[in-house]
Design a protein around this ligand. Structure first.
Ligand SMILES: C[S@@+](CC[C@H](N)C(=O)[O-])C[C@H]1O[C@@H](n2cnc3c(N)ncnc32)[C@H](O)[C@@H]1O
Length: 350
């Protein structure tokens, strides 16, 4: 394509970088290209900063390399290298030569336990992505680190169920905030959260909508580890095999469908359709594909994460509209969220 040949031409890049009207754009483009090349290293700096406790340490106040070395167990040399890398990424800030405090990105991350838990979980993803070509070529036929971590079925042992449920619960607050701002749950009488894990989402809804009756449906080993408010009903089962409880006029699927391949996702939608009364709504909230401003998160991050998990894919809201029709829903509405990198929303109804 001509456009790509021009943009890829060394002569054009040299000329554009020096022409005042193009210089800003071409520098930003070059910066983005280098970020793509170096992004893996940036993620490792973040992981190192989280694993060593550097962010918490810097949050306590400015500190020099010796203090960082003492607290993290690294050599002074290694501590300086990590602090400088963290400062370059805005995780830290060098307030005076050789003295660091928490940077703006570091402060934002430190206040977000869900993001920190994901950072600590990422070594499993990095292990699966160590050879991306091999991962793509094996075409989901071999077990992966992520497929072993996300092991869903009625025989899942309590330890596995607790590990993934705690990870999910830690990042649920930000998802619930998006969902509650985008959809008026208080208009309903009874809400069932399908695959609701340890109940973090329904607990947030319970607080925001005091009149709503609430229930969680999940696998027995997951609910066995949940500490739920007595106002929330527990429904044990396998949503591929156990009929859902009836009488709930709103069913939520929060970060559920993207974990499943199309035929399984369709079964989940059909099960929800069967359980909803006339006028009931099915609310889907999860990071989706093809969303303006969040495409990298949808198609690149979740696309590869779910590939490595050996199940599921990120879908566009339009794909959910079509799957909803196939499952027997006639109505579809897309609800915009302020932070689609965290979750987008689609509503299905009759
Ligand atoms: C990715 S987690 C999402 C948890 C929660 N909705 C959230 O957003 O934090 C998927 C949830 O679906 C549950 N799940 C998976 N397969 C299931 C099945 N066949 N029947 C019932 N629950 C299932 C898992 O146990 C887990 O709690």
């Amino acid at each position: 394509m001509l456009r790509n040949r021009i943009l890829g031409s060394v002569k054009f890049q040299h000329w554009a970088a020096r022409l005042p009207i193009f210089a800003g754009v071409s520098r930003a483009r070059a910066g983005r290209a280098f970020d793509l090349v170096a992004g893996f290293c940036y993620s490792q700096v973040l992981l190192g900063a989280v694993q060593t406790g550097l962010l918490e340490l810097l949050d306590r106040g400015p500190i020099g390399a010796e203090g960082i070395a003492e607290s993290t167990g690294l050599s002074i040399n290694a501590a300086t290298r990590l602090a400088r890398a963290a400062a370059a990424l805005d995780l830290a800030e060098e307030v005076s030569p050789g003295c660091w405090m928490l940077g703006q990105q570091g402060a934002a991350l430190l206040s977000n336990p869900g993001a920190l838990a994901m950072v600590q979980h990422h070594p499993l993803l990095y292990a699966d992505l160590a050879d991306p070509l091999a991962l793509l070529q094996q075409d989901r036929r071999e077990p992966t680190a992520l497929s072993k971590f996300w092991h869903y079925n009625t025989e899942t042992d309590g330890k596995t169920a607790t590990a993934y449920s705690q990870l999910m619960a830690s990042s649920q607050a930000m998802v619930a905030r998006e969902a509650l701002a985008a959809y008026p749950f208080a208009r309903h009488r009874r809400l069932l959260d399908m695959g609701g894990g340890h109940g973090a989402f329904v607990s947030a809804v319970a607080e925001a909508c005091p009149a709503l009756e609430l229930g969680v449906f999940d696998l027995p080993p997951v609910l066995a580890g949940a500490n739920l408010n007595p106002r929330i009903a527990r429904h044990h089962g396998d949503f591929f095999a156990t009929p859902l409880p009836e009488g709930y006029d709103c069913i939520t699927l929060v970060r559920i469908l993207h974990d499943h391949d199309d035929s399984a996702a369709l079964k989940i939608l059909q099960a929800a359709r069967l359980a909803l009364p006339p006028g009931g709504k099915l609310v889907i909230a999860e990071p989706m594909a093809g969303i303006r401003g969040a495409k990298a998160m949808g198609d690149a991050y979740f696309g590869m994460y779910l590939w490595a998990m050996n199940a599921g894919r990120p879908r566009t809201p339009e794909e959910y509209r079509e799957m909803g029709l196939a499952a027997g829903f006639s109505g579809f509405q897309r609800r915009r969220t302020a932070m689609p990198v965290i979750a987008s929303m689609a509503v299905l109804f009759d």
